[in-house]
Design a protein around this ligand. Sequence first.
Ligand code: FES
Length: 179
Amino acid sequence: MHKSDFDPEESAPGGLTRRGWIGTLGALAMTGGLLAGYGTFAAYALRFLYPPRPQDKVWLLVAPVASFAKGDNLSFRTPSGAKVAIARQGDSEDVESFIALGSTCPHLGCQVFWEGQNNRFFCPCHNGEFDPSGKGIGGPPGEAGQSLPRYPLKVETGLLYIQVPAEGLPQPRAELEQV
Ligand code: FES
């Protein structure tokens, strides 16, 4: 009797037929897909049941103070994705020389940056101007009385730190194990 090259009942190494191998591989793929699906579901369920508390704040390292010259502007992004402009406005090595402001313009969302030579934060989209503390003084933000939100800073052992919401950081392992 003639046997086709693709006989599904032909034995393969290990005693399984081709049909058996295909069935086994299919079952493994389905099991992997189910596990991935359940894992994703569990991750979403944990985030829903135990979301980061919005009031939680953390201190994050920005940079060594010595790496900033007076007039420098550094772009920083918080763990939740908010953009922050950190500027050095003074000569001293203490925290009073620095300021951190949310850099998303309250007018239409362009990015604001520190212009040391003009002693202002500036938004190039519509010539928005903010004073060194982030208060709107010109352009649309000035007319609307809008300001940039401020973030706390501190200096310790020559390093500059910023305090930001903990939202967006991975949950501590110990908290997850309490679930
Ligand atoms: S977006 Fe900044 S002034 Fe319009």
